[in-house]
Design a protein around this ligand. Structure first.
Ligand code: AMP
Length: 421
């Protein structure tokens, strides 16, 4: 039988890589805590209509990329393709808005999109992200961007990451802009792809997202959303820029940036990294003041971002020295089957006392076990042979300087403590 392989576009995270994941995860937790954000964990599958309603029917994610199936009772279910919708669902379901005027949340976990796999694009990938509910003020936008910036900084990516910033205005501004954009495109509409023509009807702003060069050319000279900002939109955006300046966070105004999902309003942003190649977005986010209401909750403003963890790790490979330092304190070398009970008893006691300890269950020769002990990076070896068993003693060897002494088994913990303090 052919061995079974993992599904295309999914990846195992093997031990050689998992410590890098843990480093990233601990940076995210540390920075989120520094800003007073708490973790939320939601299920990996939800009702399909949650995503079609929030992300938008004609987005690539909903129209092409969701892993959906019909459950036995006929309900359509979907593996989550993004997390904002799930977090908003949970926010509404648990009345979080009533518990406190501000809810500051972060998440980490796997997502699923049936995209064409390539470097930086997988079918199961991981994101961490932030959602802040309750404030529509630009200092909240500034805080969200600052969290991203601090995480990038801790990951060694601050210098290479570039903040792309735009405001797509409030819904009122966008209605006027949509009309202007449609009027501009209409005479050439037949030159646009089927997707763009569909977007023309449903959400013309997203035509600006097009990757097709001939369409980008047709759009040059068209109206820009900033011409249609309301006075409040202008003040909001200008204030945000002022706050970013105050924090010394550089940004690039990118009027083409509209972000793929339907629910954004006003601030949208991305941090990109040239080191990533074609898939250069490290993280993206924006404000979604109407989403809670659209999903059946009480009108509550919100803003957040989502970051691709695989992309962070690719980018971090170039900047951060990966630490491979062992965290094993003791390697237990037992030379005789008769000593195994004693070995297990001492090992148990040491682990309870907080030492990390590894032993060899293959019953190999002394030479082989010592080789493993050195390879493991452990600081000490405990060696238990026939002679030691007879005298209730044990050899404690310092693997760094090679010095060793014979000590009483009952004193192992104390002797180790002396040496490690
Ligand atoms: P989005 O939810 O599409 O706004 O994506 C947010 C971030 O998730 C992007 O900036 C990427 O870093 C990452 N991302 C999105 N799609 C994928 C994917 N298929 N594979 C890996 N990372 C992804």
């Amino acid at each position: 039988m052919n061995p079974i392989r993992s599904i295309k576009g999914t990846h195992d995270i093997l031990p050689v890589d998992s410590h890098n994941w843990q480093t990233l995860e601990s940076i995210v937790r540390k920075i989120c805590a520094r800003f007073g954000y708490n973790e939320i964990r939601t299920p990996v599958f939800e009702e399909t209509r949650l995503f079609s309603r929030s992300v938008g029917e004609e987005t690539d994610i909903v129209s092409k990329e969701m892993y959906s199936w019909e459950d036995k009772d006929g309900t359509s279910l979907t593996l989550r393709p993004e997390l904002t919708a799930s977090v908003v669902r949970s926010f509404i379901q648990h009345n979080l808005g009533r518990q406190a005027p501000l809810q500051r949340l972060y998440y980490m976990g796997p997502l699923f999109r049936r995209e064409r796999p390539q470097k930086g694009r997988q079918r199961q990938f991981h994101q961490f992200g932030i959602e802040a509910f309750g404030s529509e003020n630009p200092e909240q936008d500034a805080e969200i961007i600052a969290i991203a910036w601090h995480i990038l900084d801790e990951c060694g990516l601050r210098k290479e990451a570039m903040l792309q910033l735009n405001s797509i205005g409030s819904p009122k501004c966008r209605l006027a802009y949509h009309d202007a954009l449609k009027n501009y495109i209409r005479p050439n509409l037949d030159k646009f792809s089927e997707t763009s023509r569909m977007r023309f009807e449903i959400n013309p702003l997203r035509i600006l997202d097009t990757k097709a060069e001939h369409e980008q050319k047709l759009l040059v000279g068209g109206p820009t959303v900033s011409d249609y900002y309301t006075d409040e939109d202008k003040v909001h955006f200008e204030t945000l820029k002022k706050f970013l300046d105050a924090m010394n966070i550089p940004f690039n105004i990118n009027s083409k940036l509209v972000r793929g999902l339907d629910y954004y309003s006003r601030t949208v942003f991305e941090f990109t990294s040239p080191a990533l190649g074609a898939q250069d977005a490290l993280l993206g986010g924006g404000r979604y003041d109407k989403l809670v209401e659209a999903l059946g909750g009480k009108s509550t403003p919100g803003i957040g971002f989502a970051a691709g963890m695989e992309r962070f790790l690719i980018a971090m490979k170039n900047t951060v020295q990966q630490s491979e330092e062992s965290n094993i304190d003791v390697y237990f070398v037992c030379l005789d089957e008769a000593g195994l009970s004693t070995a297990l008893s001492i090992s148990n006691e040491l682990r309870q006392a907080g030492y990390s300890l590894v032993s060899d269950p293959l019953r190999r020769s002394m030479k082989a076990q010592m080789r493993e002990a050195n390879k493991s990076g452990a600081k000490f070896a405990l060696i238990l042979g026939e002679t030691e068993m007879e005298t209730d003693s044990i050899v404690l060897k310092n693997l760094k300087d090679g010095k060793q002494e014979i000590i009483q088994q009952k004193n192992v913990k104390d002797e180790l403590r002396k040496l490690t303090n």
